[in-house]
Design a binder for this molecule. Structure first.
Ligand code: GLN
Length: 338
């Protein structure tokens, strides 16, 4: 269990750096809160938090890090992991591809030849993935999803019923995708059950701190670094991080890979997670979104974190090793590791 009381924010150069980052981007007012799911439009646009959890279990939180919100598309990462565990990668690949689309997260497109949705991070691919989650009936399948979230977070989770019903009663576009895939034999009846499970997985409540622990679990070979519980088989991590890297930020994925250079996933409620393998999980929460559906502050914070700490996977300077020293040995950071 990760309790609020467990978090002692020790003064450290790294914490001070995150505090400064938070102050720097707090005043940004760009972006629009998602409103196509009516319940999401009610959120306070000023909420803003950053949280980093290392693979050692150290937590560095800033801002409204305990504020709960619905996980939305960030759920796709974890449900994809469960589907991989349930069926193995070869079978999953016959149902959902791993190609970036370059299109919006909700585009109604399938691969011309295979009829598969392009990847599990866009809505069509996520709905197909969710339809593969094992269980005898709707309740058992939902319980398996909730138990999965619980392993990643370290405490009980619940579905926000108002967001779930709000999306269920307005989600005609997702329903259309479901029917298109049913037509091509990519998902099976009962289709409403798969759609409900998808809307439920998106409406699970998490905090920015929870998301950072979840991301850190992916960074830590599938072991929750706080509870030490194995949340997912380590053999699935490579596949999950690969699709996050190439498809996690939708039609911004290429620019993200170029500028930030670490696997990530965003959601329309304003969350972003990013994973630095074997080092840490990053989470940012700020509801106003850009035109691609990514959190405006979230993207800016991750860009600066990556540049300043040398987190890009293909970074060749000594920046990142300097950062790792500062993080794990708590030595002074000057951000000038070149
Ligand atoms: N539940 C949302 C939808 O299906 C999730 C989208 C997102 O976060 N990008 O539209």
């Amino acid at each position: 269990m990760v309790n609020q009381e467990d978090i002692k924010i020790a003064p450290s150069p790294f914490q001070a750096f995150l505090d400064d980052l938070h102050s720097k981007y707090k005043s940004i007012t760009e972006g629009v809160v998602a409103n196509y799911i009516p319940e999401l439009a009610k959120v306070n646009p000023n909420l803003f938090s950053i949280c980093i959890v290392t693979v050692n279990g150290d937590i560095y939180p800033v801002g409204n890090y305990n504020q709960l919100f619905t996980i939305q598309s960030i759920s796709k990462v974890f449900v994809y992991g469960l589907a991989l565990e349930d069926h193995g990668r070869d079978y999953i690949l016959t149902r959902v591809g791993v190609e970036p689309t370059g299109d919006a997260f909700n585009s109604i497109i399938l691969d011309e030849q295979s009829k598969r949705p392009y990847n599990p991070m866009v809505n069509a691919g996520a709905i197909a993935t969710t339809s593969l989650i094992k269980g005898r009936g709707a309740t058992e399948r939902l319980n398996r999803l909730l138990a999965m979230y619980q392993r990643y977070i370290g405490s009980d989770v619940f579905v926000d019923i108002s967001v779930f019903t709000s999306e269920r009663s307005t989600g005609h576009r997702n329903r259309a995708m479901g029917h298109l895939m049913l037509n091509f034999g990519m998902i099976e009846e009962p289709i409403e059950e798969a759609l409900d499970l998808y809307f439920q997985q998106c409406a699970v409540m998490v905090s920015c701190k929870d998301l950072a622990v979840m991301a850190a679990t992916l960074a830590n070979k599938g072991v929750n670094p706080v509870t030490k519980e194995q949340a997912i088989d380590s053999s699935c991590i490579k596949d999950i991080l690969s699709v996050m890297y190439t498809c996690g930020m939708y039609n911004f994925a290429g620019e993200w890979a170029y500028k930030v250079g670490i696997p990530a996933k965003s959601g329309v409620s304003g969350g972003i997670i990013a994973v630095v393998p074997n080092v840490m999980g990053i989470a940012v929460f700020s509801p106003p979104l850009d035109s691609r559906g990514n959190s405006v502050r979230g993207v800016k914070v991750c860009e600066e974190l990556s540049q300043h700490l040398g987190l890009h996977q293909f970074e060749c300077s000594s920046k990142s090793s300097h950062f790792l020293d500062s993080l794990f040995r708590n030595v002074e950071m000057n951000g000038n590791g070149n």
